[in-house]
Design a protein around this ligand. Structure first.
Ligand code: PPS
Length: 697
């Protein structure tokens, strides 16, 4: 007689046998005084097949034969389910649903390119390890998305900033699980105060939708808004449940450790982010479009599926925003060995620290060194995260994001996600503060930390070692090249030794970062009206043109106001717009290898800083403060404007009735009183030479 093996857990019965058994158990469970004939009829099977099934089930003690003293023949062979049988029935339900779920998920992936985002109940996922089971996404089905796109045409639209697009992508694809949208006020408060969402779960970073006051005023609570990318493509809708004006100084202090604009995220908070936050759940319509490195980008569920497919139970993630050099390779090898895990190189390609190597160059560098890793245990995937450079809190956040991406371990090195120095010239965070905070929350994060100390090169042994593990420090030669030193060598075209990096990486870096004397740059004059900016700028332009090599463009205050900004006046808002336009043009010129000379008054420090950041993404920014005093400018009064300003005929005149923030640390300050124009221009030229921006051919 064929047997169903229902007790040995390893021998899985065929699905059709399991299904027949399940139907039998369910029938017996729900029907009093079951008879063979009645069961065969109800279950649509022959008496022979039923007999076999009954026999097996009795033998496995899933059902019992009812005891009858019996004169009634029809009731003699009746059956009842046992406790064991009821448990087996539930197990069969679980198995059935898991099977169906996997089939559905695979079908979904085949049809849409992404997994379904549905999560089977916990007890139904025992087939999969926790970090490998699918996690929830916020996307609706393809059909619903098409409908929503049409309906959303009537909704108020918010055009997302580049940072919000990064945040939204990770919200929608589960990278920020358990968040279901941009944070409502209660979650925001908890996160700012003690790194906890309102329900108590750990989350260290505010993920908020900042908007302007004008936009916020147009939105009612309960209203749906459309979230669009910068080309107007709808990515999601959000039901606005919360609207509030955040206390940004508190956010800066609590989240970033100091209300200091030298911190990139604090600077962003005060000078870029809108004044009002909106919160509410997101309905995902489509992922942001990326035209670059598509094959290298994976959602959390795609990575989980990949690890599942390869049978990678342990995965250690390496977060980076820098090109990989030999020290990083050694560190990742050691981490994988220590954790006995596979390695995921997981570089951030969203937004990193201003001034970092652009991600196109970095990805080419990563690709160049991937073959130095064993292919069977290492993979690389790009993460579209907008970093905040928040050190310890950022490390915890990175850990949670990596847990969502199916990783079990995470490398935290020295000064993880450090923002550099504060306005007093000190580090914002201690070098191992990130490791300490991570360690304290490791269990909740759900990934184990692999911590690393600073790696240095030991020449005698020709290998990298953690600095604090070198016992014979005094007898060996320890070599190290800091990030700053590397940038200096690249910008001056100096040698980068093989022990430090891979030749392919250096070649890629040199392609993007030729020596400074071949790069574009911007000279930005600032000073009062009549201080001599334009005259010196003109002289400098002629001197640079005489030298040749790069095209020179002069963006003088008056010229710009005639051409680029003819509709603008002198309110703070208009002056900012004027300077941002100059900055935009200068950054484009710099990017394309030219020299931009700007000479506006540019009275506000924050705007000058914003322009500096725009330009420094592509080349050097040389701020020249033409430090002629207001008294001297008024005495000269070349255009007769000061007289008019004193008479009140020109309003908001810089230095008279409008402020001027004196630059605190310009690259050079020139005095013009009793100094020839030619000499002033020459001082600037010497500065450019000392910065390596001009050099002999
Ligand atoms: S700003 O503040 O940077 O946008 O100004 P800028 O574009 O450099 O324009 C300054 C020139 O405009 C003339 N002008 C004024 N300057 C300052 N304040 C007020 N209210 C004002 N009204 C007109 C003035 O000629 C400035 O030229 P320069 O070359 O600086 O003397």
């Amino acid at each position: 007689m064929p047997r169903l093996n229902m007790t040995a857990p390893d021998a899985t019965p065929k699905p059709e046998d399991s299904d027949a058994l399940f139907r039998l158990l369910r029938y017996i469970d729900g029907t009093p005084a079951v008879t063979q004939r009645g069961a065969a009829k109800a279950l649509g099977m022959s008496l022979g097949r039923l007999n076999t099934l009954l026999h097996t089930a009795v033998e496995a003690r899933l059902i019992t034969i009812q005891d009858h003293d019996g004169t009634d023949k029809r009731r003699r062979n009746s059956y009842a389910i046992t406790v064991r049988g009821a448990a087996e029935k539930n197990r069969l339900i679980d198995d059935f649903l898991t099977r169906k779920f996997l089939e559905y998920d695979a079908l979904h992936a085949e049809l849409t390119g992404t997994t379904s985002g549905l999560v089977p109940l916990n007890n139904r996922t025992k087939l999969m390890q926790n970090n490998l089971a699918p996690i929830p996404e916020l996307y609706v089905s393809y059909d619903s998305a098409q409908k929503l796109k049409v309906e959303a045409a009537d909704l108020t639209s918010h055009d997302l900033t580049p940072r919000q697009i990064c945040d939204l992508e990770l919200l929608m694809n589960g990278g920020f699980n358990p968040l279901k949208g941009f944070m409502p006020e209660e979650d925001y408060d908890g996160v700012v105060e003690n790194m906890r969402l309102a329900d108590g779960s750990l989350w260290p970073m505010p993920i908020t939708l900042d908007v302007s006051e004008e936009f916020a005023a147009k939105v009612e609570i309960g209203q749906d808004i459309a979230l669009r990318d910068q080309e107007g493509v709808i990515l999601a809708t959000m039901t606005v449940t919360d609207r509030w004006e955040p206390n940004k100084a508190r956010e800066a202090e609590k989240v970033f450790g100091a209300d200091d604009d030298e911190h990139p995220a604090v600077n962003y908070l005060h000078n870029t982010a809108g004044q009002v936050y909106l919160g509410g759940p997101i309905t995902g319509i489509q992922q942001p479009v990326h035209y670059d490195f598509r094959a290298r980008r994976d959602t959390p569920n795609e990575l989980r599926a990949y690890f599942r497919k390869l049978g990678w139970r342990k995965v250690v993630a390496f977060q980076t925003r820098n090109p990989l050099h030999r020290a990083h390779q050694e560190l990742t090898f050691r981490a994988a060995r220590e954790a006995q895990a596979n390695l995921l190189i997981h570089p951030v390609v969203g937004l990193t620290k201003p001034g970092d190597v652009d991600h196109f160059t970095r990805v080419r560098c990563y690709e160049a060194v991937l073959d130095k890793y064993p292919q069977s245990t290492t993979t690389m995937s790009l993460l579209n995260l907008a970093m905040r450079m928040a050190g310890p809190r950022e490390a915890v956040w990175h850990g949670l994001i990596r847990a969502n991406h199916g990783c079990t371990h995470f490398i935290v090195g020295r000064d993880h996600a450090g923002p550099g120095k504060n306005s007093a010239g000190e580090d914002f965070y201690g070098p191992y503060e990130a490791q300490d905070l991570f360690r304290a929350h490791q269990d909740e994060i759900g990934v184990e930390m692999v911590d690393f100390k600073h790696m240095v090169y030991v020449q005698e042994r020709a290998q990298y070692e953690p600095a604090d593990e070198i016992k014979d420090k005094d007898d060996v030669t320890i070599l190290n090249i800091s990030g700053t030193e590397l940038r200096r060598r690249l910008s001056e075209g100096l040698e980068i030794p093989e022990w430090f990096s891979f030749p392919q990486v250096v070649t890629e870096l040199r392609k993007t970062k030729p020596p400074r004397s071949k790069q574009g740059f911007t000279v930005f004059f600032t000073g009062f009206s009549g201080s001599g900016k334009s005259t010196i700028a003109n002289a400098l332009m002629v001197k640079l043109m005489e030298m040749g090599g790069r095209p020179v463009t002069l963006l003088d205050g008056d010229i710009v106001r005639k051409n680029l900004s003819s509709e603008l006046g002198f309110s703070k808002e208009h002056r900012d717009l004027n300077i941002r336009r100059i900055g935009y043009v200068a950054s484009e010129i710099t990017k394309n290898g030219g020299i931009a000379i700007c000479a506006p008054i540019a009275p506000y420090a924050t705007t000058r800083r914003a322009v500096r950041e725009d330009v420094e993404a592509f080349g050097a920014f040389v701020e020249v403060h033409v430090a002629t005093s207001i008294e001297e400018c008024e005495r000269r009064d070349r255009k007769g404007l000061y007289k008019l300003a004193r008479e009140g005929k020109i309003k908001e005149f810089t230095g008279i009735s409008d402020p001027y923030d004196v630059p605190q640390s310009p690259e050079i300050r020139v005095e013009t009183e009793n100094v020839e124009v030619d000499n002033c221009a020459h001082q600037v030229l010497l500065k450019l030479e000392s910065m390596g921006l001009i050099a002999a051919e």
